[in-house]
Ligand binder design. Structure first.
Ligand SMILES: Nc1ncnc2c1ncn2[C@@H]1O[C@H](COP(=O)(O)OP(=O)(O)OP(=O)(O)O)[C@@H](O)[C@H]1O
Length: 582
């Protein structure tokens, strides 16, 4: 197969060749990844100084894709020293935390990625809520988050809240004393290091000696603490390039930035602010439609379609569904539209803000984020054996490992990662046993006459893992009314359900985006009037999701809002087809 040579646009060329600091704004499909590869091709040849280049981004998926491309083109050796390709989190861990530790503690720090999930109980037997529901500095309960976890502080006594807050504070203090840090702790510790003037000066000399250029991709995913670190790198005299699309900022929950990102942009000189316009991914109708999903003040500018799909005539499809729940008819119609367009359903996901809605649209009716242990067990088994997503089998094995550790009584006081780190458990230590359990628990309609029969089998198999003197297997694996649905669901063949966050940075020939009854009206209000402003993040999620599509963009919306959405998209002159689902 012949590979077409990359011919950069003038804007792409000026980014590739730009030597100093830069703030680069780019629209969806503008070729950011390709430009990073070309910048690497140009700069990695220059070995005179012995210094490295660092390429940073915010998701493992983005980093894996960049590494794959750099290695494919033989631009990066393995190991890549003196260069660095990794997430912003691993970068700050490796260069700010691992060598310097935690101020006031002598113990070596350890990263615990699921720290925020640590269960906090006011007293044994009380309702458990995640540590993330407590402010990490003051320890005060965060009412909105706690409410989302089914614990409404408004209905609790002040005494009980104080008890919870005290337990949460003690919990964090204990972790800190053991050198165990979650991602948000990492930012706080880095801040402390950088406010230590002599230490910060030494560190800036060391990092400037190691790196001559640091490129931060997907910078719209920064939080304010990350921006402070970027500014520190610039002050350290390291050439720093920031690439972003502010309209794709969808990490408000981790303190995402929008205003701070614009302030960062404004701190770069005029000649350092570069743009990449032109969309190499999507057809003309999609380029127009996605403009309609930006904040109202930014809807006029429509990106020019420049890629292979530019002249594809496929319309935007708006599917109107009835009722308050997301129906399976969405998945069926999407599959039909894909086949008509000669696109493979396996390449084209159904996405929504929460995986639950996307799952319903393809006929998987059980909430995959359920906290019920029996459902988690069944979902791990089902997803291990169906294994549609690349990572699904690995995640199913971890979910099963976690359940076994819970049965064995190891996770009462610890999160899964804390236990695995503390015991130094390697995947090869536990995977054989977990694999065996997953294989044995495969749901087989020929022998498992019902979900209850399967559960009885599961209880027998897992009883030997029970901690002595602890709860019984019947208490640990209670019957759940939705259990049968895990095994009897008949998903639309070969369609996959994903969250919008998980498809960021990716592209697909077609995509179906689900808007739910809960948000559709206020989201369309926001798109048409700018009100209510709290829907801005939901609008950006729609923008990210829709802009993944190359040819077929389908949006499923409650019937009462369908015409409004179609009319709003049509205002951009995009061609829209409305279909009422029956
Ligand atoms: N100059 C070019 N000529 C032809 N194709 C290009 C050019 N630049 C980029 N592309 C192609 O355009 C598509 C989108 O590029 P890429 O994924 O890098 O965009 P992006 O800016 O990272 O998008 P997003 O922010 O939406 O994820 C890719 O298939 C890429 O190969």
């Amino acid at each position: 197969m012949s590979v077409r040579p990359f011919v950069p646009t003038l804007e792409q060329k000026s980014v590739i060749e730009h030597c100093g600091n830069a703030f680069i704004s780019a629209c969806p499909g503008a070729g950011k990844t390709q430009v990073l590869v070309e910048r690497a091709r140009k700069e990695l040849k220059n070995t005179a100084s012995g210094q490295g280049l660092a390429f940073l981004s915010f998701t493992n998926a983005a980093i894996s894709e960049l590494k794959r491309r750099l290695q494919l083109e033989a631009l990066l050796l393995s190991p890549p020293f003196p260069h660095y390709v990794g997430t912003f989190d691993t970068f700050i861990w490796q260069f700010f935390i691992a060598p310097l530790g935690v101020p006031g503690h002598t113990i070596a720090p350890q990263l615990i990625p699921d720290m925020d999930a640590r269960c906090v109980k006011a007293y044994p037997g009380a309702q458990g809520i995640p540590l993330s529901c407590f402010d990490r500095t003051t320890g005060a309960i965060i009412a909105d988050k706690a409410k989302q976890e089914g614990f409404d502080p408004a209905n609790k006594t002040a005494r009980l809240i104080t008890q919870y807050e005290e337990v949460a504070r003690q919990c964090r203090a204990r972790f800190m004393a053991r050198g165990e840090l979650g991602f948000s702790d990492v930012r706080t510790v880095v801040k402390e290091h950088l406010s230590n003037v002599p230490l910060s000066a030494k560190l800036s000399v060391a990092l400037a000696a190691r790196f001559r250029e640091i490129i931060v991709d997907e910078a719209q995913d920064c939080n304010p603490a990350d921006i402070e670190i970027i500014n520190w790198l610039r002050r350290a005299g390291i050439v720093t390039k920031v690439i972003c699309d502010p309209h794709q900022s969808i990490y408000e929950f981790r303190g995402g930035v929008t205003d701070q990102l614009f302030a960062l942009r404004d701190s770069f000189g005029a000649s350092e602010r570069l743009t990449m316009s032109g969309n190499f991914r999507s057809n003309a109708n999609i380029c127009k439609a996605i403009a309609a999903f930006r904040a109202p003040a930014d809807q006029q500018a429509i990106d020019q379609p420049l890629g292979r799909a530019a002249n594809d005539p496929t319309h935007i499809h708006v599917l109107l569904y009835s009722g308050t729940s997301v129906p399976l008819t969405i998945g069926r119609k999407f599959e039909e539209l894909l086949r008509t367009a000669s696109l493979s359903p396996a390449d084209c996901p159904v996405v929504s803000s929460t995986k639950d809605s996307a799952c319903k649209a393809i006929g998987q009716t059980v909430d995959p984020s359920s906290q019920d242990r029996t459902l988690r067990l069944a979902l791990a088994v089902a997803s291990f054996h169906i294994g549609q997503e690349v990572n699904a089998r690995k995640m199913a094995m971890e979910a099963m490992h976690k359940i076994i550790l819970e049965l064995e009584g190891h996770l009462g006081e610890k999160t899964y990662s804390q236990h695995v780190t503390a015991e130094g458990l390697k995947p090869e230590d536990w995977r054989p046993c977990v694999l065996q359990v997953l294989q044995c628990l495969r749901f087989d309609p020929a022998t498992d006459s019902s979900a209850d029969t399967w559960l009885t089998r599961a209880k027998t198999l897992l009883t030997p893992h029970l901690a002595a003197g602890g709860s019984s297997i019947a208490q640990m694996l209670r019957r759940h009314q939705d259990l049968a649905a895990v095994f009897t669901a008949t998903p639309v063949a070969s369609l996959t359900a994903k969250t919008i966050h998980s498809v960021k940075g990716m592209q697909f020939p077609g995509i179906c985006v689900i808007l739910t009854t809960k948000t559709a009206k206020s989201l369309i209000d926001y798109l048409t009037t700018g009100q209510p402003p709290e829907m801005a993040e939901s609008a950006r999620k729609l923008y990210v999701a829709a802009s993944r599509a190359e040819r077929l963009l389908v949006i499923a919306v409650p019937r009462s809002q369908g015409s409004r959405l179609a009319a709003h998209i049509s205002n951009t002159s995009a061609q829209v087809t409305q279909i009422t689902l029956t």
